[in-house]
Write a protein that binds this ligand. Structure first.
Ligand SMILES: Nc1ncnc2c1ncn2[C@@H]1O[C@H](COP(=O)(O)OP(=O)(O)O)[C@@H](O)[C@H]1O
Ligand SMILES: [Mg+2]
Length: 185
């Protein structure tokens, strides 16, 4: 088992073609709250992974769920953050728009939409990291999801027209209320 990533909340191990995401305890948090947060985020991430898959999007297959740990498919690709360029930007960002519109219409909020949480494998995009996701009809939360991605595009990928391409995929009659709401914010 090899540690491949250590983030603020979780350690990510690669083990025989599987990813193990273990939410580590945070000493600055009171123990009961820490356990509650780690458990609820693990449970939520597992639920959202299966719900998003049901909507038809590409996410890692979930193999096992424990209290603080998930075992899932290893997506052997490259983070979109490191692979987005002038030539593929239109296609990928339009597809992200289509996929996020499907998520939002199913009342699923990703919670941390950035190009670091999207992996490209075989020219297909795969969403990861649903630990901050929620299921809600709230337009504010859908708009907040969009705002997060907008800021990521404008700060990290400022040289490309990601947002414009994204909206081409995201905009349709059913989602118009979400992005119009964002424009008012
Ligand atoms: N299923 C997966 N397949 C491939 N790499 C993954 C997978 N899950 C996580 N990773 C890698 O680990 C990193 C951190 O995982 P992530 O779920 O985004 O946790 P964090 O909440 O710490 O950002 C990702 O950016 C990615 O590089
Ligand atoms: Mg992440």
């Amino acid at each position: 088992m090899k540690l491949i990533f250590q983030g603020a909340e979780a350690k990510i191990y690669l083990d025989e073609g599987k990813i193990i995401k273990e939410r580590v305890s945070k000493s600055y948090r009171e123990e009961e709250l820490d356990n509650f947060l780690r458990k609820s985020r693990t449970r939520k991430e597992a639920k959202l992974l299966s719900d998003v898959k049901r909507v038809g999007l590409k996410v890692p297959i979930l193999f096992e769920t424990e209290q603080f740990r998930l075992e899932m498919e290893f997506i052997d690709g490259i983070k979109l953050r490191n692979s987005l360029d002038k030539t593929n930007c239109g296609r990928f960002c339009r597809k992200i728009g289509e996929d996020v519109s499907k998520m939002h219409l199913a009342d699923i909020i990703h919670g941390d939409l950035t190009t670091s949480n999207i992996i490209v494998k075989n020219n297909e995009i795969c969403f990861i990291d649903f630990g901050l996701g929620v299921e809600t009809k709230s337009m504010e939360q859908k708009a907040a999801d969009l705002l997060n991605l907008y800021q990521n595009f404008k700060s990290v990928h400022y040289e490309f027209d990601c947002w414009e391409y994204f909206l081409e995929g995201y905009k349709n009659e059913e989602t118009s209320k979400f992005w119009r709401f964002l424009r008012k914010c």
